[in-house]
Design a protein around this ligand. Structure first.
Ligand code: ZN
Length: 197
């Protein structure tokens, strides 16, 4: 029905979150109809982003600079580190504007099923950061899934090597819920009502 270039575009679009094959076809069609106004600028923006994207060597956030915009911001409170599974969770917390400290992206959760152990996550780097005397509190903002909570236990154990208070988000957060899906008010409340561990 379409040439291989378009077929490839549809297949790639279908991998995006929230897009199945049907929506991917519709998106591809729209892009082709608006070649100059949308397709060309989008492809240029994607090429630039692909060139510029960096993983922050401090916290693991995705940005176009390293250290990332959050880590490099002198107005952030350096005494508090909020631990999240994924950069998407960091972005959700930033959107809520509820948190003014620094972050640490673990890069996933422990999972026996998927063979993900502590060394596959950035737990050791977190412990190193937490040992800095400047750091006084680590907030665990991990998802309320079984894997998220298992991860929280292991991180708490490892952080015993550092002299920091450890707290976790008040849940508020639904079981199996992901931070990214929470509205800003719920996130803000969960952060404010965080509990010491
Ligand atoms: Zn960073």
């Amino acid at each position: 029905m379409v040439g291989p270039e378009i077929e490839r575009l549809i297949q790639l679009l279908a991998r995006l979150p929230g897009l199945g094959p049907r929506s991917a076809r519709r998106a591809a069609l729209l892009l082709m109809k608006r070649r100059d106004g949308l397709l060309v600028p989008l492809s240029e923006a994607m090429a630039l982003a692909a060139e510029a994207v960096r993983t922050c060597s401090v916290c693991g956030n995705l940005d176009t600079r390293d250290p990332c915009t959050v880590c490099a911001d002198p107005s952030r409170d350096r005494s508090t580190i909020c631990v999240v599974e994924d950069a998407g969770d960091l972005w959700a917390l930033e959107r809520s504007r509820a948190f003014t400290g620094l972050y640490h992206v673990l890069g996933g959760t422990l999972s026996a099923l998927q063979g993900i152990g502590p060394d596959d996550l950035t737990i050791a780097a977190l412990v190193d950061r937490a040992r800095n005397p400047e750091v006084r509190e680590v907030i665990l903002a991990l998802n309320a899934t079984v894997d998220g909570q298992t991860t929280a236990h292991v991180v708490t154990d490892r952080l015993a090597q550092a002299d920091v208070a450890i707290s976790r988000l008040a849940h508020g957060v639904p079981v199996g819920g992901e931070l990214d899906y929470l509205d800003d008010g719920t996130l803000t409340a969960a952060l404010k009502a965080r509990r010491p561990l």
